[in-house]
Design a protein around this ligand. Structure first.
Ligand SMILES: [Fe+2]
Ligand SMILES: [Fe+2]
Length: 344
């Protein structure tokens, strides 16, 4: 994969640094100090691209970057500074939702399902089902591709950090996400198939240059939770909210794909999630989160935090798409159709 286009001083310097042989992180740290003083990380294009690049060193890496950068203390120190502010912002944004979960009566499962039930994740799915045109569907797929082309990978980091029944339950979900033994059924592959039918390029990372920082933030939050053992509660809470908020919207996305005439193959990814996630949500909430919380009660606040962060970022991204479309403009940094031509 190629490095993305820089979007400011931090990502510019980072891309240059990672393709050099210099271990001197002083210029990088200085640029970071300026950037972190001036902005909110969560929707800052420059910092989210930089964080995405640093996280991707742990996934597929980049053609031009020596794999040794993944574990160099200098790189980890830069990532840690962005992550620290990003995590603080997410905790601030979800403070009330987390407090509501922690103070509500009932079982942890009931409280997590209530959190998801109270979050209105439907407007984007409803819009695409009823009115969205092909360009808007393509834009939606482009946004989603940042995560969906590595679907399930960020939560897989957590498997070695759990024990017993919670570990088995998470492995069961991930087995489905990874195709239940068939490469053609990998959920990331099903999503790639949908993209191709819709005329988009399905190469890993192909559209990172097209999406705003907020979309990258929603993927980066999963990497943040997955890559840190101390945040394992947030990682499983995030997974639980992701699964529990998936089934109904996916039914609507499948309907949108069919209404726009893309056919059964394009709808397959969404159909699969209507059925699978109705099961996954039960396993993720009851067998992963609740069982892990019973073994380690100290995880509960972060389970609520991870779930709330998932819903918060999903709603923010959905809101950004709907706002752009209501104003008659693209939600991407370049229109999806030209994006598809550019990548083809
Ligand atoms: Fe999936
Ligand atoms: Fe799932």
């Amino acid at each position: 994969m190629e490095l993305p286009r820089p979007r400011g001083p931090v990502s510019e310097l980072l891309c240059r640094w990672l393709t050099s042989s210099s271990l001197d992180s002083a210029p990088m740290q200085a640029a970071l100090t300026g950037a972190l003083r001036d902005c909110a990380v969560v929707d800052d294009d420059d910092l989210q691209v930089a964080l995405w690049v640093l996280c991707e060193l742990h996934y597929q890496g980049f053609d031009a970057v020596d794999p040794a950068w993944e574990w160099r203390p200098e790189t980890l120190a830069v990532r840690a500074r962005i992550e620290e502010v990003f995590e603080c912002e997410l905790r601030r944004a979800t403070h009330d939702a987390v407090r509501a979960v922690l103070s509500a009566p009932g079982s942890l499962a009931d409280r997590l399902f209530a959190l998801v039930g109270n979050a209105d994740s439907a407007p984007l799915a409803r819009h695409l089902q009823r009115r969205g045109g092909p360009d808007q569907l393509c834009e939606f797929l482009v946004h989603r591709s940042v995560y969906q082309l590595k679907e399930a990978d960020p939560h897989t980091w957590v498997i070695p950090r759990l024990t017993g029944r919670a570990k088995v339950a998470l492995a069961e979900i991930q087995y489905d996400e990874y195709g239940s033994g068939r490469a053609t059924q990998l959920h990331s592959q099903l999503f790639a198939d949908t993209m191709k039918v819709c005329g988009l390029v399905a190469d890993y990372g192909a559209y990172v240059d097209m999406v705003p920082g907020l979309t990258l933030a929603s993927s980066n939050a999963m990497s943040l939770f997955g890559l840190h053992r101390r945040l394992r509660g947030a990682a499983i809470g995030h997974l639980a909210a992701l699964e529990a908020s998936s089934s109904l919207p996916n039914r609507r996305y499948a309907a949108a794909v069919r209404r726009l005439g893309y056919g059964e193959q394009a709808a397959r990814y969404f159909d699969e999630h209507v059925a699978a996630d109705a099961v996954h949500e039960q396993i993720a909430v009851r067998e992963v989160c609740c069982v892990a919380a019973a073994a380690e009660p100290a995880l509960v606040p972060d389970i609520a935090f991870g779930a709330a962060a998932c819903l918060h970022l999903d709603a923010a991204v959905a809101g950004a798409l709907l706002t752009a479309w209501s104003e008659g403009r693209s939600s991407l940094l370049a229109p999806a159709r030209s994006a598809s031509r550019a990548g083809a």
